[in-house]
Design a protein around this ligand. Structure first.
Ligand code: RIB
Ligand code: CA
Length: 312
Protein backbone atom coordinates (compact mmCIF):
# COMPACT_ATOMS: atom_id res chain seq x y z
CA UNK A 1 0.00 0.00 0.00
CA UNK A 2 1.42 3.44 -0.89
CA UNK A 3 1.22 5.49 2.26
CA UNK A 4 -0.11 9.04 2.21
CA UNK A 5 2.44 11.69 3.33
CA UNK A 6 0.85 13.95 5.95
CA UNK A 7 1.96 17.06 7.86
CA UNK A 8 -0.10 17.98 10.95
CA UNK A 9 -0.19 21.52 12.35
CA UNK A 10 -1.72 21.49 15.81
CA UNK A 11 -2.46 23.60 18.88
CA UNK A 12 -1.94 20.39 20.84
CA UNK A 13 -4.71 20.15 23.35
CA UNK A 14 -6.63 17.08 24.42
CA UNK A 15 -8.51 16.29 21.23
CA UNK A 16 -5.43 17.17 19.18
CA UNK A 17 -3.44 14.62 21.19
CA UNK A 18 -6.09 11.97 20.52
CA UNK A 19 -5.91 12.82 16.81
CA UNK A 20 -2.11 12.53 16.76
CA UNK A 21 -2.29 9.17 18.54
CA UNK A 22 -4.63 7.97 15.81
CA UNK A 23 -2.49 9.43 13.01
CA UNK A 24 0.64 7.62 14.14
CA UNK A 25 -1.14 4.23 14.10
CA UNK A 26 -3.13 4.45 10.84
CA UNK A 27 -1.19 2.30 8.34
CA UNK A 28 -2.47 4.39 5.42
CA UNK A 29 -0.69 7.51 6.70
CA UNK A 30 2.99 8.51 6.81
CA UNK A 31 3.35 11.41 9.27
CA UNK A 32 6.32 13.30 7.84
CA UNK A 33 6.23 16.39 10.05
CA UNK A 34 4.45 18.14 12.88
CA UNK A 35 4.19 21.79 13.81
CA UNK A 36 2.77 23.43 16.91
CA UNK A 37 0.93 26.73 17.00
CA UNK A 38 -0.58 28.72 19.83
CA UNK A 39 -4.30 28.17 20.36
CA UNK A 40 -5.61 25.85 23.04
CA UNK A 41 -2.51 26.81 25.02
CA UNK A 42 0.62 28.90 24.49
CA UNK A 43 2.98 27.75 21.76
CA UNK A 44 5.52 26.74 24.42
CA UNK A 45 2.92 24.33 25.85
CA UNK A 46 1.58 23.10 22.51
CA UNK A 47 5.12 22.52 21.19
CA UNK A 48 6.04 20.54 24.30
CA UNK A 49 2.74 18.60 24.16
CA UNK A 50 3.23 17.70 20.49
CA UNK A 51 6.76 16.42 21.19
CA UNK A 52 5.58 14.48 24.24
CA UNK A 53 2.64 12.85 22.44
CA UNK A 54 4.93 11.82 19.56
CA UNK A 55 7.32 10.28 22.09
CA UNK A 56 4.45 8.52 23.90
CA UNK A 57 3.44 7.00 20.55
CA UNK A 58 6.99 5.82 19.99
CA UNK A 59 7.49 8.34 17.17
CA UNK A 60 10.32 10.57 18.35
CA UNK A 61 11.59 10.21 14.77
CA UNK A 62 8.92 12.63 13.53
CA UNK A 63 10.32 16.20 13.66
CA UNK A 64 8.25 18.80 15.52
CA UNK A 65 8.61 22.49 14.64
CA UNK A 66 7.52 25.51 16.61
CA UNK A 67 4.98 27.80 14.93
CA UNK A 68 3.22 31.04 15.69
CA UNK A 69 3.25 32.50 19.19
CA UNK A 70 0.23 34.68 18.45
CA UNK A 71 -2.38 35.39 15.78
CA UNK A 72 -1.84 37.95 13.02
CA UNK A 73 -3.99 40.73 14.45
CA UNK A 74 -6.40 39.57 17.20
CA UNK A 75 -5.12 38.84 20.69
CA UNK A 76 -4.22 35.27 21.65
CA UNK A 77 -7.05 33.67 23.62
CA UNK A 78 -6.15 30.24 24.97
CA UNK A 79 -8.66 27.63 26.22
CA UNK A 80 -7.59 26.57 29.70
CA UNK A 81 -11.25 26.09 30.58
CA UNK A 82 -11.28 23.13 28.18
CA UNK A 83 -7.73 21.81 28.03
CA UNK A 84 -6.20 23.01 31.30
CA UNK A 85 -3.20 25.29 31.70
CA UNK A 86 -0.80 22.71 30.24
CA UNK A 87 -3.09 21.86 27.32
CA UNK A 88 -3.43 18.15 28.18
CA UNK A 89 -5.95 18.42 30.99
CA UNK A 90 -3.20 18.05 33.58
CA UNK A 91 -2.46 14.48 32.51
CA UNK A 92 0.90 13.07 33.58
CA UNK A 93 3.18 12.48 30.57
CA UNK A 94 6.91 11.88 30.20
CA UNK A 95 8.74 14.67 28.43
CA UNK A 96 10.38 13.89 25.11
CA UNK A 97 14.16 13.86 24.77
CA UNK A 98 13.98 14.06 20.98
CA UNK A 99 16.38 16.60 19.44
CA UNK A 100 14.92 20.13 19.33
CA UNK A 101 14.38 21.75 15.93
CA UNK A 102 15.36 25.33 15.06
CA UNK A 103 13.41 25.99 11.84
CA UNK A 104 10.15 27.95 11.96
CA UNK A 105 7.11 25.79 11.23
CA UNK A 106 6.31 27.62 7.97
CA UNK A 107 9.84 27.22 6.62
CA UNK A 108 9.95 23.51 7.44
CA UNK A 109 6.45 22.92 6.06
CA UNK A 110 7.26 24.62 2.75
CA UNK A 111 10.56 22.72 2.46
CA UNK A 112 8.76 19.39 2.97
CA UNK A 113 5.93 20.31 0.57
CA UNK A 114 8.45 21.11 -2.20
CA UNK A 115 10.48 17.98 -1.42
CA UNK A 116 7.32 15.86 -1.91
CA UNK A 117 6.56 17.69 -5.14
CA UNK A 118 2.84 18.18 -4.59
CA UNK A 119 1.99 14.90 -2.82
CA UNK A 120 1.84 16.34 0.71
CA UNK A 121 -1.50 16.43 2.53
CA UNK A 122 -1.65 19.06 5.25
CA UNK A 123 -3.90 18.68 8.30
CA UNK A 124 -4.49 21.83 10.39
CA UNK A 125 -6.34 21.40 13.65
CA UNK A 126 -5.70 24.72 15.37
CA UNK A 127 -5.75 28.37 14.34
CA UNK A 128 -4.48 28.74 10.75
CA UNK A 129 -1.66 31.19 11.47
CA UNK A 130 1.16 28.79 10.46
CA UNK A 131 -0.58 27.81 7.22
CA UNK A 132 -1.24 31.45 6.32
CA UNK A 133 2.35 32.39 7.20
CA UNK A 134 3.55 29.71 4.78
CA UNK A 135 1.29 31.05 2.02
CA UNK A 136 2.41 34.66 2.52
CA UNK A 137 6.14 33.85 2.74
CA UNK A 138 6.05 31.29 -0.10
CA UNK A 139 3.34 32.30 -2.64
CA UNK A 140 3.78 29.07 -4.63
CA UNK A 141 3.11 26.91 -1.53
CA UNK A 142 -0.50 26.15 -2.67
CA UNK A 143 0.93 24.46 -5.76
CA UNK A 144 2.66 21.89 -3.56
CA UNK A 145 -0.31 21.00 -1.32
CA UNK A 146 -2.34 18.01 -2.52
CA UNK A 147 -5.07 18.58 0.07
CA UNK A 148 -5.55 20.84 3.09
CA UNK A 149 -7.85 19.25 5.68
CA UNK A 150 -8.82 21.53 8.54
CA UNK A 151 -10.79 21.21 11.73
CA UNK A 152 -12.41 24.62 11.91
CA UNK A 153 -15.47 26.73 11.37
CA UNK A 154 -19.16 26.00 11.43
CA UNK A 155 -21.68 26.47 8.62
CA UNK A 156 -25.16 25.71 9.89
CA UNK A 157 -25.03 25.95 13.66
CA UNK A 158 -23.77 28.34 16.34
CA UNK A 159 -20.14 28.84 17.19
CA UNK A 160 -18.42 27.40 20.25
CA UNK A 161 -16.45 30.57 20.96
CA UNK A 162 -19.32 33.02 20.50
CA UNK A 163 -22.67 33.03 18.76
CA UNK A 164 -21.17 32.54 15.32
CA UNK A 165 -17.48 31.58 15.40
CA UNK A 166 -15.66 28.30 16.04
CA UNK A 167 -12.50 28.38 18.20
CA UNK A 168 -9.83 27.65 15.54
CA UNK A 169 -11.14 30.17 13.04
CA UNK A 170 -11.75 32.75 15.76
CA UNK A 171 -8.22 32.04 16.93
CA UNK A 172 -6.94 33.90 13.88
CA UNK A 173 -9.76 35.03 11.53
CA UNK A 174 -7.43 37.05 9.28
CA UNK A 175 -5.13 34.07 8.75
CA UNK A 176 -8.14 31.84 8.09
CA UNK A 177 -9.48 34.32 5.54
CA UNK A 178 -6.09 34.22 3.79
CA UNK A 179 -6.16 30.42 3.62
CA UNK A 180 -9.67 30.23 2.16
CA UNK A 181 -8.70 32.83 -0.50
CA UNK A 182 -5.33 31.21 -1.30
CA UNK A 183 -6.50 28.86 -4.03
CA UNK A 184 -5.80 25.81 -1.86
CA UNK A 185 -8.83 23.48 -1.91
CA UNK A 186 -9.93 23.09 1.71
CA UNK A 187 -11.57 19.99 3.14
CA UNK A 188 -13.40 21.54 6.06
CA UNK A 189 -14.41 19.63 9.18
CA UNK A 190 -16.50 22.20 11.03
CA UNK A 191 -18.59 21.76 14.13
CA UNK A 192 -21.36 20.66 11.77
CA UNK A 193 -19.66 17.26 11.60
CA UNK A 194 -17.18 17.18 14.50
CA UNK A 195 -19.89 17.47 17.16
CA UNK A 196 -21.40 14.32 15.64
CA UNK A 197 -18.01 12.57 15.96
CA UNK A 198 -18.10 12.25 19.74
CA UNK A 199 -17.43 9.49 22.24
CA UNK A 200 -19.94 8.94 25.02
CA UNK A 201 -18.67 8.62 28.58
CA UNK A 202 -19.23 4.88 28.36
CA UNK A 203 -17.17 4.72 25.15
CA UNK A 204 -14.39 6.78 26.75
CA UNK A 205 -14.46 4.40 29.73
CA UNK A 206 -13.80 1.41 27.44
CA UNK A 207 -10.64 3.18 26.27
CA UNK A 208 -9.72 4.48 29.73
CA UNK A 209 -9.95 1.02 31.27
CA UNK A 210 -7.45 -0.42 28.77
CA UNK A 211 -4.10 -1.26 30.32
CA UNK A 212 -1.60 0.76 28.31
CA UNK A 213 0.10 4.15 28.72
CA UNK A 214 -1.81 5.80 25.86
CA UNK A 215 -5.19 4.83 27.29
CA UNK A 216 -4.11 5.90 30.75
CA UNK A 217 -3.23 9.33 29.32
CA UNK A 218 -6.59 9.55 27.55
CA UNK A 219 -8.33 8.66 30.81
CA UNK A 220 -6.63 11.53 32.67
CA UNK A 221 -6.69 14.07 29.83
CA UNK A 222 -10.41 13.75 29.00
CA UNK A 223 -11.79 14.24 32.52
CA UNK A 224 -11.93 18.07 32.26
CA UNK A 225 -13.54 18.06 28.83
CA UNK A 226 -16.15 15.47 29.79
CA UNK A 227 -17.09 17.53 32.84
CA UNK A 228 -17.25 20.75 30.79
CA UNK A 229 -19.58 19.34 28.12
CA UNK A 230 -21.79 17.90 30.89
CA UNK A 231 -21.92 21.30 32.59
CA UNK A 232 -22.94 22.85 29.24
CA UNK A 233 -25.89 20.47 29.06
CA UNK A 234 -24.42 18.64 26.05
CA UNK A 235 -24.02 15.37 27.91
CA UNK A 236 -20.81 13.76 29.18
CA UNK A 237 -19.15 13.48 25.74
CA UNK A 238 -15.68 13.81 24.23
CA UNK A 239 -15.85 15.41 20.78
CA UNK A 240 -13.18 13.99 18.50
CA UNK A 241 -12.95 17.31 16.61
CA UNK A 242 -9.35 16.96 15.45
CA UNK A 243 -9.46 13.25 14.70
CA UNK A 244 -11.96 13.91 11.88
CA UNK A 245 -9.51 15.25 9.24
CA UNK A 246 -6.96 12.59 10.22
CA UNK A 247 -9.44 9.71 9.94
CA UNK A 248 -10.75 11.13 6.65
CA UNK A 249 -7.36 10.86 4.95
CA UNK A 250 -7.21 7.15 5.79
CA UNK A 251 -10.96 6.38 5.59
CA UNK A 252 -12.74 8.97 3.43
CA UNK A 253 -15.79 6.74 3.25
CA UNK A 254 -16.64 7.60 6.86
CA UNK A 255 -17.52 11.19 5.94
CA UNK A 256 -19.83 12.90 3.48
CA UNK A 257 -19.98 16.52 2.45
CA UNK A 258 -20.69 18.99 -0.33
CA UNK A 259 -18.60 21.37 -2.41
CA UNK A 260 -19.25 25.03 -1.73
CA UNK A 261 -17.52 28.34 -1.28
CA UNK A 262 -16.45 29.53 2.17
CA UNK A 263 -15.11 32.88 3.27
CA UNK A 264 -14.25 34.18 6.74
CA UNK A 265 -15.86 37.34 8.10
CA UNK A 266 -13.10 39.70 9.29
CA UNK A 267 -15.23 42.82 9.66
CA UNK A 268 -18.61 43.38 11.26
CA UNK A 269 -19.71 43.60 14.85
CA UNK A 270 -21.73 40.42 15.44
CA UNK A 271 -20.28 37.83 13.06
CA UNK A 272 -16.52 38.45 13.29
CA UNK A 273 -14.72 35.13 12.72
CA UNK A 274 -17.75 33.42 11.18
CA UNK A 275 -17.17 31.01 8.29
CA UNK A 276 -19.73 32.19 5.74
CA UNK A 277 -20.70 29.73 2.98
CA UNK A 278 -23.07 29.61 0.04
CA UNK A 279 -23.91 25.99 0.85
CA UNK A 280 -27.48 26.69 1.95
CA UNK A 281 -28.26 29.76 -0.15
CA UNK A 282 -29.47 30.24 -3.71
CA UNK A 283 -27.01 33.09 -3.97
CA UNK A 284 -23.56 31.71 -4.70
CA UNK A 285 -20.11 33.21 -4.27
CA UNK A 286 -19.02 31.84 -7.62
CA UNK A 287 -16.07 29.56 -7.05
CA UNK A 288 -16.02 26.41 -4.91
CA UNK A 289 -12.99 26.48 -2.61
CA UNK A 290 -14.21 23.99 0.00
CA UNK A 291 -15.49 20.47 0.48
CA UNK A 292 -17.59 21.00 3.61
CA UNK A 293 -18.06 17.80 5.59
CA UNK A 294 -21.58 17.45 7.00
CA UNK A 295 -22.08 13.86 8.18
CA UNK A 296 -19.98 11.08 9.69
CA UNK A 297 -20.47 7.40 10.49
CA UNK A 298 -20.09 7.87 14.24
CA UNK A 299 -20.29 4.21 15.11
CA UNK A 300 -17.49 3.39 12.69
CA UNK A 301 -15.35 6.22 14.11
CA UNK A 302 -15.85 4.98 17.67
CA UNK A 303 -14.90 1.42 16.66
CA UNK A 304 -11.84 2.59 14.73
CA UNK A 305 -10.38 4.96 17.33
CA UNK A 306 -11.04 2.48 20.16
CA UNK A 307 -9.15 -0.24 18.32
CA UNK A 308 -6.31 2.18 17.57
CA UNK A 309 -5.88 3.31 21.19
CA UNK A 310 -6.15 -0.26 22.48
CA UNK A 311 -3.47 -1.36 20.00
CA UNK A 312 -0.72 0.71 21.66
O1 RIB B 1 -13.42 24.09 18.14
C1 RIB B 1 -12.67 22.93 18.39
C2 RIB B 1 -11.24 23.15 18.04
O2 RIB B 1 -10.67 24.12 18.89
C3 RIB B 1 -10.38 21.89 18.23
O3 RIB B 1 -9.33 21.90 17.30
C4 RIB B 1 -9.84 22.07 19.61
O4 RIB B 1 -8.59 21.38 19.78
C5 RIB B 1 -9.60 23.55 19.65
O5 RIB B 1 -8.36 23.80 19.00
CA1 CA C 1 -7.03 21.73 18.06
Amino acid sequence: MERIPVWIDTDCGVDDAMALLCAFKLPELDIVGLSATAGNATVENTYRNTRDIAALAGRKDVPVYKGAEKPWIVNLRTAEYVHGEDGLGGAAIAHSDAPETSEHAWDALYRKAKELNGELRVVAVGPLTDIANTIIKYPDFPEYVKELCIMGGVLAGPGNTNMTAEFNIMGDPHAAACVFKSGIHVVMFGLDVTLQAHLTKEEVDVISNTDNDVCRLINEATKKTLALYKSLGLGEIMCMHDSCPVLYLAHPELFHGRECCVHVETGGEHAFGKTVSDLYSDAKFGDKNTLAMLTVDREAVVKLVTSIYQSY
